[in-house]
Design a protein. Structure first.
Length: 208
């Protein structure tokens, strides 16, 4: 799996992946691998942004994208842009921006040193929560590599250790980070690999 790093490297030409892209000569700015999120008709999928230009982006996919009418990309600062797929070669795909994009501002925004929030995928997974005093059904939502939120009918304490069991992920061990009952935020004891989470959530979307 590719190592995730911060910031952007120096401009260069986007290396073509097929004959269609051979005809594209717009200068590229190579992204030093950053996670992103593709939204296809409201369904959310993890990806890794490889590089960006005024014309579009090149990303690494972890699974085939479903058929869709509308496609957007969300960067790790929360900004979204409409896309159209141009080509795909294995797990690498190229997309055009549908609208004009201020790439200089986009790059400057991503090049700063502020910490980024990991992409969170909107999911709705039935699960069981087990703690020292509870065993109750919960709904797992808004999952990232490091944590998730849940809807829980029971009362949980800050820093309480819990176990989440479902048929999608292996058993998740987590600690309660925040609470706004019935919604609670969890931080996982063991971080997901990006590819592992991406494939599992894609399977959830396919079931739906």
């Amino acid at each position: 799996m590719e190592k995730l790093a911060q910031g952007f490297a120096c401009p260069q030409i986007w290396q073509s992946e097929n004959h269609e892209s051979d005809r594209r000569t717009a200068p590229r700015v190579t992204v030093i691998i950053r996670p992103g999120k593709l939204i296809a008709d409201g369904r959310e999928f993890l990806c890794v942004v490889r590089d960006v230009s005024e014309g579009g982006v090149k990303v690494r996919l972890f699974h085939p994208l479903p058929d869709h009418r509308k496609l957007e990309i969300e960067f790790d600062n929360g900004e979204r842009y409409s896309l159209r797929m141009v080509w795909q070669n294995g797990d690498i795909a190229g997309f055009h921006f549908v609208d004009d994009v201020d790439v200089a501002r986009l790059i400057a925004t991503h090049a700063d040193s502020h910490p980024r929030r990991q992409p969170r995928l909107a999911v709705e997974i039935e699960a069981q929560l087990c703690s020292s005093s509870l065993r109750v059904p919960v709904i797992l939502r808004d999952i990232s590599q490091r944590g998730a939120s849940i809807d829980c009918p029971g009362w949980l304490m800050i820093d309480e250790l819990v176990r989440i069991e479902c048929d999608v992920f292996p058993t998740l061990h987590a600690k309660v980070r925040w609470r706004r009952p019935p919604r609670y935020g969890l931080v996982f004891e063991q971080t997901f690999q990006l590819e592992e989470l991406a494939r599992a959530c894609a399977e959830i979307s396919a079931r739906a």
